[in-house]
Design a protein around this ligand. Structure first.
Ligand SMILES: [Mg+2]
Ligand SMILES: [Zn+2]
Length: 184
């Protein structure tokens, strides 16, 4: 049963509080896969060394593994939103073979200089805005203080700061080694 907003009848403060989830947020291009710019076909997807193992590592430690990605190619008319989902589904099918998985996908299809009118705007979800991370934290009841954001760009680190989550910068090499060192 869920407590009603504003209700104080259920229990003393804290007593009935549900344990909050913790998460590792992953950028996609340049972090989990080699960035070829506007990737939208599974055939072109090439895993970064240690990426699948890094996801498995956070799975095994009880973190949600959440993909957070800017996909301005949608606003630019290069590919439809369904391609973003298709690549995500393909990634999960690949991960399944090693017993790993991503728990959720959050993406921004917008860009201020797009060519598809409905996606062409300045939004609150395009990184470094914290919109996508904030939405995920709300929807999964994630405790930001015990969560991480792993990405390869300064924009990802800015997004982490804006969201109030620890940023972990990937700069090459094994993603697993980086994640093992950062995420306990
Ligand atoms: Mg990236
Ligand atoms: Zn957006």
């Amino acid at each position: 049963m869920q407590a009603q907003p504003g209700s104080s009848a259920a229990s003393p403060a804290g007593a009935g509080r549900r344990r909050r989830a913790k998460a590792v947020f992953f950028d996609r291009d340049g972090t989990l896969n080699v960035d070829i710019h506007y990737l939208h076909r599974p055939e072109d997807f090439q895993w970064i060394p240690g990426a699948q193992e890094a996801i498995k590592y956070v799975n095994d430690r009880g973190y949600l593994a959440i993909l957070v990605t800017n996909q301005s190619g949608v606003a630019r008319g290069y590919y439809p939103e369904s391609d973003v989902v298709r690549v995500y589904d393909w990634m999960n099918a690949e991960l399944q073979r090693s017993g790993a998985h991503l728990d959720a996908l959050y993406y921004c299809p917008h860009h201020p200089d797009g060519s598809v009118p409905r996606y062409t705007k300045t939004c609150v979800c395009r990184k470094p805005s914290p919109g996508l991370v904030d939405r995920a934290c709300e929807e999964f009841a994630i405790d930001k203080a015990s969560s991480y954001f792993v990405g390869d760009t300064e924009s990802d680190m800015a997004c982490a700061r804006n969201a109030g989550i620890r940023g972990v910068r990937y700069e090459g090499g094994s993603l697993l080694a980086l994640v093992r060192a950062a995420v306990k």
